[in-house]
Design a protein around this ligand. Structure first.
Ligand code: NAD
Length: 321
């Protein structure tokens, strides 16, 4: 059994990853950590500790205390927030990665998962079916940290033999935990507002097409990548990963099949410029070939699942209040 540490376990992806890894490896083999106690479901689900990803000693102490061999580094500052605090985004995203890579280099841990993002691409990248290897000139500080991070991952693998694996996540859509300040957050908010208010004002324009993925697929991809035999992992920077691509208008049409009087309006803000610099769809042939990646959720199946779950969630909270 691996002994797993999740850093940033309270976040949108970290929280669901924590629960899934506990299902697979047992609660006693998964240590959840974050810089705050903001997600009580995670905090109360087993071993939970406060760890600051920017503090090498804080991470190392936790690794030694629990004899950790695998780290999933999910702490980061995301694209929209990163544009407000560029230096804080740089510090968090780079320092945390170096601490974890160095712990692996020094032999404290054996395996690392670190997520990259479609934000590594920029306005000069081909936008349709963006290839694995292509022009990458990101224009956000977040994208710059992810691109540089990818280079360091590959470097640590080649130079020091570190087993680091990575995925370029598209926008991740979930219903359990709210997203943490990204440009694709609208695709989560829209479902909550559709159920609560039957209307939503979108911060991107109606025809902004972006690559997206349902959370269950993202968690599946992450765990499949980490469980794949080392010789199957041919890319040590980060794998392109894709599932669905849609516009705000298309997702609103899918929602209307369940909530016919749902109304969407559009008021693009600074996030439009970020979205315009990203691909519309991604070619993830390498992931599908190397370690058999396959997504399960299309836009209709995802929408049915999210609306069913959110209706239940909000009904339950009404009953309990
Ligand atoms: P999130 O913002 O929801 O969660 C990040 C977590 O990190 C939060 O719980 C936060 O409290 C924690 N954190 C912040 N600073 C910390 C520190 N110094 N020490 C420890 N913890 C700290 O982010 P997410 O959406 O879950 O993203 C997880 C990873 O996936 C990130 O690397 C992100 O860049 C990447 N990613 C996410 C998406 C997406 O759509 N959510 C898309 C592409 C890539």
């Amino acid at each position: 059994m691996p002994k797993v540490l999740i850093i940033g376990a309270n976040g949108q992806i970290g929280s669901e990853l924590t629960f899934k890894l506990k299902d697979i490896y047992g609660t006693e083999n998964v240590v959840a950590t974050d810089i705050n106690f903001n997600n009580l479901d995670v905090v109360n689900s087993g071993v939970f500790e406060i760890v600051d990803a920017q503090d090498y000693n804080s991470v190392r102490t936790c690794v030694e205390k629990h004899q950790i061999d695998t780290i999933y580094l999910m702490a980061a500052m995301l694209s929209a927030t990163g544009e407000k605090y560029p230096m804080r985004a740089w510090d968090l995203n780079m320092n945390s990665l170096f601490h974890v890579l160095n712990l692996a280099k020094e032999g404290f841990i054996k395996h690392v998962f670190w997520p990259s993002s479609i934000a590594v691409f920029g306005p000069t990248t081909p936008t349709v079916d963006t290839p694995q290897y292509t022009i990458m000139e990101p224009t956000t500080v977040y994208g710059i940290t992810k691109q540089v991070g990818e280079r360091w991952c590959e470097y640590y693998h080649k130079k020091y033999g570190v087993d680091v694996r990575s995925l370029r996540y598209p926008g991740i859509i979930s219903w359990k935990t709210m997203p943490g300040g990204g440009t694709t957050d609208y695709a989560v908010e829209i479902y909550h507002q559709a159920i609560l208010k039957k209307q939503y004002q979108c911060f991107l324009s109606e025809d902004t097409r972006l690559p997206m993925m349902f959370m269950d697929d993202a968690i599946d991809a992450t765990i499949s990548l980490m469980q794949a035999p080392s010789e199957h992992i041919k890319i040590r920077s980060s794998y392109n990963l894709a599932a669905i691509s849609f516009t705000p208008k298309e997702i609103s049409e899918a929602i209307k099949k369940h909530i016919p009087d749902f109304k969407i309006s559009y008021k693009p803000d600074f996030r439009q410029q970020i979205a315009d610099s990203w691909p519309k769809s991604i070619d993830d042939t390498s992931a599908r070939t190397d370690w058999n990646w396959n997504h399960k959720f299309d836009i209709e199946k995802m929408t049915t699942e999210i609306i069913t779950q959110l209706r239940k969630k909000y009904q339950d909270s009404e009953i309990n209040s």
